[in-house]
Design a protein around this ligand. Structure first.
Ligand code: COA
Length: 379
């Protein structure tokens, strides 16, 4: 008999050459390199190319120029961002604009998808503020151009470095929920755009990519380090989860939390920003870890990637409700690589469910009702 696994915990559903998450050691390996060799060291374009190597024909050595051109290509879709759409959440705007892109399996489709979240997110944030969108500059890196399109002026090198470190840190992470969703769509041969949209939809929820916005709200509500413990205990007493803590795979600290905390430190030092917010975050983190260890001694609940994401993206002037779109901008390279890997090496993903509904009431003889055979096969 096949055993069911809630949430597919412990199930291996794909072979991949792309990334390995070691939850016991707290290590993330991306195509043979550890996160510490990538975040704050390599550009987003370089890391995306490393992920895509072998999955596209005639992949250029440097993706910076082609990605800049792809930003120009998707820019025309921003014209569809009209009044009613501009009143929606930033992620819903990005999802709607992404759905305008054609499906395909080729490099041109992949580059447009990689370019799209940066262009659409900047335009969506500005539209929500009633500001006109700023056109891409194809000569810049994706990180530099995103900040320029967002703020309407060139970003300083420290800001670009911080965003670059963020995009690289979140670029890929094993078979997380959004990557699995992308692979499921890709396994049906739906095309890269459909796979990317499936990934974005799965990323949206607060248990996956939607956590950093609530982290900022939590820090704002706590206000001062002294208030951390009572506030967190109150949240747990109300049955809430502490955002930015816990992970399905990691039983120790998420290495991405350290990579992002280091990037936040560098950004604050370069900008001479008062360290009050980082100090508050550290106090909240310490209090949360202590409380979670007291309450859940059997389940190791540590800091995850979302906690310092909130500080980093907030420090770059992004509104909290748009944080998930930046996660998507980074993860897009991973979704595309996984979708291609699925198409090239995998099979249709089609698990089974265990029926626990009412027993068959009666056995029908004679003619089946229309559509009965399709229902029985679960099509
Ligand atoms: N705060 C409080 N309790 C938490 C918790 C958190 N952040 N994360 C897990 N727990 C508790 C659960 O309530 C559960 O307790 P129970 O057994 O008494 O019901 C136990 O720990 C196990 O949780 P479970 O839901 O089985 O873990 P999971 O592997 O399914 O979920 C997350 C992983 C990430 C969804 C979960 O840790 C979470 O919700 N974290 C907060 C959201 C977040 O930061 N998401 C970003 C992830 S990168």
């Amino acid at each position: 008999m096949i055993e069911a696994s809630d949430g597919l915990e412990g199930v291996i559903a794909a072979h991949t050459v792309l990334s390995e998450v070691d939850g016991e050691a707290g290590r993330l390996v991306i195509r043979g390199l550890s996160l510490s060799e990538l975040a704050g060291v390599r550009s987003y374009e370089w890391t995306a190319r490393r992920l895509w190597d072998g999955f596209f024909e005639a992949l250029p050595e440097d993706l910076t120029g082609p990605l800049g051109q792809a930003r120009l290509e998707v820019w025309s879709e921003v014209a569809a961002l009209d009044g009613p759409l501009a009143r929606r959440e930033t992620l819903e705007i990005v999802r709607a604009l992404l759905a305008r892109l054609a499906d395909g399996e080729d490099l041109a489709t992949a580059l447009r998808l990689l370019a799209a979240p940066a262009v659409f997110t900047a335009a969506a944030i500005r539209a929500r503020r009633g500001e006109a969108a700023v056109a891409p500059d194809p000569r810049l890196s994706q990180a530099a151009d995103f900040l320029r399109m967002l703020h309407g002026a060139p970003a300083n090198p420290a800001q670009v470095d911080a965003l670059e470190a963020y995009l690289v840190t979140v670029i890929d992470h094993g078979l997380n929920a959004s990557t699995f969703a992308a692979r499921v769509a890709a396994s049906t041969r739906a095309g890269l755009t459909s796979a990317a949209i499936a990934g974005l939809c799965a990323l949206k929820g607060p248990l996956h990519g939607g956590a950093p916005g609530p982290v900022i709200e939590m820090l704002d509500a706590i206000g001062t380090p002294d208030n951390a413990r009572p506030w967190l205990e109150g949240a747990l007493a109300r049955g809430e989860r502490l955002m930015g803590f816990g992970h399905r795979i990691y039983r120790v600290r998420d290495p991405r939390a350290d990579a992002l905390k280091a990037a936040v430190r560098r950004l604050m030092r370069a900008q001479n920003t008062p360290g009050g917010r980082l100090h508050l975050a550290e106090a909240v983190e310490d209090a949360a870890l202590a409380i979670l260890a007291e309450r859940k001694p059997d389940r190791s609940l540590a800091t995850n990637v979302e906690f310092y994401t909130a500080l980093l993206l907030g420090g770059l002037g992004l509104p909290a409700e748009a944080f998930t779109c930046l996660f998507a901008a980074g993860r897009m390279a991973g979704w595309i690589a996984h979708a291609r890997e699925q198409v090239l090496t995998g099979r249709l993903i089609r698990p089974q469910s265990l029926y626990v509904g009412p027993a068959l009431e009666r056995v029908a003889f004679g003619r089946s009702p229309p559509g009965a055979s399709q229902r029985a096969q679960g099509l």
